[in-house]
Design a binder for this molecule. Structure first.
Ligand code: TTP
Ligand code: MG
Length: 403
């Protein structure tokens, strides 16, 4: 039996961009509405109303194709500013119900309601209250999945769409998952579904019958994850956005969204220099480096790497951040925000004594002391790594802030 002690919600707005447009112009309600790029250019669909989805229109389809499928639909270009404003209202509302709200995108969040019963009452009526409040105060339908972990809550909200609520009762996890198509599992896209189909595996139940060793042999670490996912197991915590005093972070929203990897790496280099400089100022060393990217569609991705030893030097941190960037950055979508966070902080370096490296370490320490002194006297930009120059913000612009 899986861990049934947690009460996790996955809250996701229905057809979010279109729903916002409907609030602003109620005459759109019930119509086939498509928000996206230019139908005459190479624009793609951001989202479509459920009425438009009946014609086969879906996110990331070329707008021109959407128009061919449903010429009578209303086509809108949309405004991220408006969507961000609505999103803020929704998150303010969610945060009243629990301190642990983890935003996943503009319209989607995990919430942990474990231990909130005394204050809020039982979890199911609370989830219904959340849905009602979003509808009455913001005007938008939300779907909610409720389960003992994030994986099942996410699958639950997807299952409940549109405008529904689905509870995966503790103990029913495997029974619920077994008949679902494997594509319902987050992380199994069209390509993997097709691959599994060729192997004769269509449902999650069929996937769950494969031995762990076999999955690991074929898919490596991903195979281990698939094995557990097929059983509905997931112990990832809901990470609230409360201020983290145990990390040093820098991020910046770009003046213009970009897909240029050299420019983005240069911004990253600048942010690393800033964050590592602050580490040294606070006499701290970090073992974990996290890269954060927010794309132009507001989807956010993060990835963390743990170093073998704690450091406050720019170069190893930059190299690690670049490695993470190469893994995360797909180039298909423009990047809107980039950030780096240094965590697992310690006061000492806990270095393994390396006789051969001793001299160079001393030299490097002196180098960073020198850099920090110059900056102290003449300002941060008085001395920058060559890799940071393109990515440093123009003078006078309030550049980077904490996460
Ligand atoms: P989703 O939650 O994936 O989709 P949705 O809210 O439109 O529809 P539903 O959840 O009911 O299935 O994404 C939220 C918003 O993000 C969506 O309204 C538009 C935007 N978006 C894009 O811009 N591009 C994309 O490829 C996707 C999937 C979403
Ligand atoms: Mg949504």
């Amino acid at each position: 039996m899986l861990n049934d002690s947690r009460h996790i919600l996955h809250v996701d707005m229905d057809a979010f961009f279109v729903s916002v447009e409907e609030v602003l112009d109620p005459s759109l309600k019930g119509k086939a509405v498509v928000v996206g790029g230019d139908p005459d250019g190479r624009g793609v669909v951001a989202t479509a109303s459920y009425a438009a989805r009946k014609f086969g229109i879906h996110s990331s389809m070329p707008m021109a194709q959407a128009r061919r499928l449903c010429p009578q639909a209303v086509f809108l270009r949309g405004s991220h500013r408006k969507y961000a404003e609505f999103s803020e209202k929704i998150f303010d509302l969610l945060e009243k119900y629990s301190p642990a709200v983890e935003p996943m995108s503009l319209d989607e969040a995990y919430m942990d309601l474990t231990g909130c019963q005394k204050l809020q009452g039982p979890v199911l009526p609370t989830a219904e209250r959340i849905r009602n409040e979003i509808r009455s105060k913001v005007g938008i339908n939300a779907s909610i999945g409720i389960a003992s972990n994030k994986l099942l809550a996410k699958i639950g909200s997807d299952y409940a769409k549109p405008n529904g609520m689905f509870w995966v009762a503790p103990g029913m996890e495997e029974e619920f998952l077994a008949p679902l198509l494997v594509g319902r599992i987050p992380g199994i896209g069209k390509k993997s579904s097709e691959e599994f189909r060729r192997l004769g595996i269509k449902t999650v139940g069929e996937l769950a019958m494969l031995p762990k060793e076999l999955l690991e042999e074929v898919y490596g670490k991903r195979g281990t994850r698939l094995y557990w996912k097929a059983r509905g197991a997931c112990d990832s915590p809901v990470r609230g956005e409360e201020e983290d005093h145990c990390s040093v972070s820098r991020e910046t929203t770009l003046e213009e969204d970009s897909t240029d990897p050299r420019f983005l790496e240069s911004v990253l280099s600048y942010l690393v220099e800033k964050a590592a400089g602050q580490l040294r100022e606070s006499e701290l060393y970090a073992r974990s480096v996290t890269l954060k990217l927010r794309y132009s569609d507001f989807k956010m991705v993060t990835r963390t790497h743990t170093l073998r030893e704690a450091t406050s030097e720019d170069y190893p941190i930059f190299q690690t951040a670049c490695g993470l960037f190469k893994k995360l950055f797909t180039r298909r979508t423009r990047v809107r925000l980039i950030g780096v966070s240094l965590s697992s902080l310690t006061r000492d370096r806990c270095v393994q004594v390396d006789l051969f490296d001793k001299m160079t370490r001393k030299q490097r320490d002196r180098l960073y002391e020198g850099i920090d002194k110059i900056r102290h006297k003449y300002g941060f930009r008085s001395i920058l790594r060559a890799t940071s120059r393109r990515g440093s913000p123009p003078r006078g612009r309030g550049d980077c802030q904490h996460f």
